[in-house]
Ligand binder design. Structure first.
Ligand code: SAH
Length: 228
């Protein structure tokens, strides 16, 4: 099954971006996933192809118009035409993206992602098209495109077959509810620092125990919220 992403954006040239490279790019070339970027402006009808307007109630900036955006959404992801992919809106007001949500999305048939610009989008299209607002963190980007690329990166890398053996999976940060243990590789001594002896001992039980202890210690220091 091909995982299909459709992105609604004013900057379609930003896709597939970095996802055309590396393992994600190879997986797309094999047809394991696809991304299509749709220009919202193509759905504007006036001579100037206007997509935004001033905020009701006044204030700075512009707001994406609901009529244009709704038309764009309906053209690519009409529920009545059997398209049941989740419809996301990248938004700093959204629920913070987690690895658990990434896993759910990767298990589905794809996503439709609306990228906001300016001050954001008219609330009525969020409500009317049941857009799920998703945030990638507590900071403000100039547009939803980099956020969409980040979400897609996280989803695509765990699609079956995309990373093959490269993905160890089980130990990774957040998969276990903890941050991952530190990593080492050769040379045995680097700038006077040795690889922890346990890791070269060949004792797999001891290595596993050390990794778990390190993971717990790091998580406690840096992200105690994950342990709650
Ligand atoms: N006025 C808005 C910010 C608009 S930023 C506010 O204060 O909430 C413009 C667009 O960038 C948003 O519509 C959204 O699509 C995207 N964006 C900005 N920060 C983001 C974040 N942390 N996560 C996801 N999308 C974000």
């Amino acid at each position: 099954m091909t995982f299909r992403a459709t992105i609604l954006t004013l900057y379609p040239e930003m896709f597939p971006g970095h996802l055309s490279t590396s393992l994600a790019g190879k997986a797309a070339a094999r047809g394991e996933w696809s991304v299509e970027a749709v220009q919202i402006r193509d759905f504007a009808e006036d001579r100037h192809r206007t997509v935004d307007d001033t905020p009701a109630g006044g204030g700075a900036g512009m707001v994406l118009k609901p009529d244009i955006l709704a038309k764009a959404i309906d053209s690519v992801a009409a529920k009545d035409k059997g398209d049941n992919r989740p419809r996301l809106l990248m938004s700093p007001r959204g629920k913070p993206l987690t690895q658990a949500r990434v896993r759910e999305l990767a298990a589905g048939e794809g996503v439709v992602i609306v990228c906001g610009r300016f001050e954001g989008v008219d609330q009525r299209v969020i409500d009317g098209r049941e857009l799920e607002e998703v945030s990638i963190g507590d900071y403000i980007l100039s547009g939803g495109e980099p956020a969409a690329l980040i979400l897609l990166d996280a989803v695509v890398r765990i699609l079956p077959g995309v990373m093959g053996n490269v993905l160890s999976g089980t130990h990774e940060s957040f998969e276990t509810g903890m941050l991952e243990h530190p990593h080492y590789t050769r040379p045995q001594v680097f700038e006077g620092q040795e690889i922890p002896a346990v890791l070269t001992s060949g004792n797999h039980a001891a290595i596993e125990k050390w990794r778990q202890e390190q993971a717990r210690k790091l998580t406690k220091e840096r992200r105690p919220d994950l342990l709650d």
